[in-house]
Design a protein around this ligand. Sequence first.
Ligand SMILES: Cc1ncc(COP(=O)(O)O)c(C=O)c1O
Length: 405
Amino acid sequence: MSVTQTPITRELFNEVILPIYAPAQFVPVKGQGSRVWDQQGKEYIDFAGGIAVTALGHCHPALVEALQKQSEQIWHLSNIYTNEPALRLAQKLTAATFADRVFFANSGAEANEAAFKLARYYATQKISPYKTKIIAFYHAFHGRTFFTVTVGGQPKYSDGFGPKPADIVHVPFNDLEAVKAVIDDHTCAIVVEPIQGEGGVTPATPEFLTGLRQLCDQHQALLVFDEVQTGMGRTGKLFAYQHSGVIPDILTTAKALGGGFPVSAMLTREAIAQVMTAGTHGTTFGGNPMACAVAEASLDIINDTQLLEGVDQRYQWFIDGLEEINQQYHLFTAIRGQGLLIGAQLTPEYAGRLRDIIQAAAEHGLLVLSAGSDVLRFTPSLIISEQDVQQGMAKLQRAIAQIIG
Ligand SMILES: Cc1ncc(COP(=O)(O)O)c(C=O)c1O
């Protein structure tokens, strides 16, 4: 196809990009902190944070500096060589968590793919070749590779691609009895999000997580926490597992790890890691020096008591704002979540208007998200200012007024 110098507009998306997304009608071109500007120079307040990615806002100076510095040193080496940023980041991630070993990849799905392969490999090598069952939950989301989308509990994303990876069982979330009914000595892992993000911002109860840990221990199965969305300070702790005291065997993190630069990690303990040998798993870009340099800068800032306490404070600003809107319009049946992963469940009457609300919010200069079919989701920067929260809430209130009338 010959390329003429046509203007770059939203319409071009419909011609050149695989039609798997339905992006907004405007094209953002610049971001700073919790503000974004589109091609026409219109300003938006960002309550979406790139779906829980830009945890330090857009173009945070420390991340820009880390990227610039590393870009003048070395960009890429492959796994034939190791590199300093990857080693430093791994050292800091293990120091900050239960884990001893790290595998770097580029996306949440890849970190989970590695986690599920590790869980199966560990069980089949150490215990029995038949120990392959994975227990996961309805409405879970773990990524779009065929293994991860199959472990995810939303058949609409995994149907239609032919035979699925086998021996994966789904049961209702937060239902320990259901897990007890399917777990057995052939189970290699239970995979769970501490708060189901994409599925509708549904927190796991502390008793559920404790129960899963006990069941895993009873059946020599590994407990895998998918913290792709909940990790890196999102819930007010560096990782959500640190609230519950339930320690997983494997944890995955992505999204906010690079603050907008693609990078992910799978963390585990020494005894589990030791089952892997050179060649068992791998990736070209995992541990890329640029990605790890940015992630290190991001971790240095986020893993800080004051910043994490600030997340709890911001949670309250959001809850106050949403409750005030709800007192006026009565359109939420529940407001839930933890830290800056917040979901407002719409009444059945307004659930069908979710898209309209998001679009009206954008018209008023506010970026917000959905989760599932009836939840309005907020995953802003962890350092968003009180003024930005208040102005954003005022925009949301006007958007809702426009929709509800
Ligand atoms: C909990 C969870 N796991 C995995 C993923 C997949 O991550 P990625 O889109 O980076 O592959 C997501 C993405 O939304 C997620 O929320």
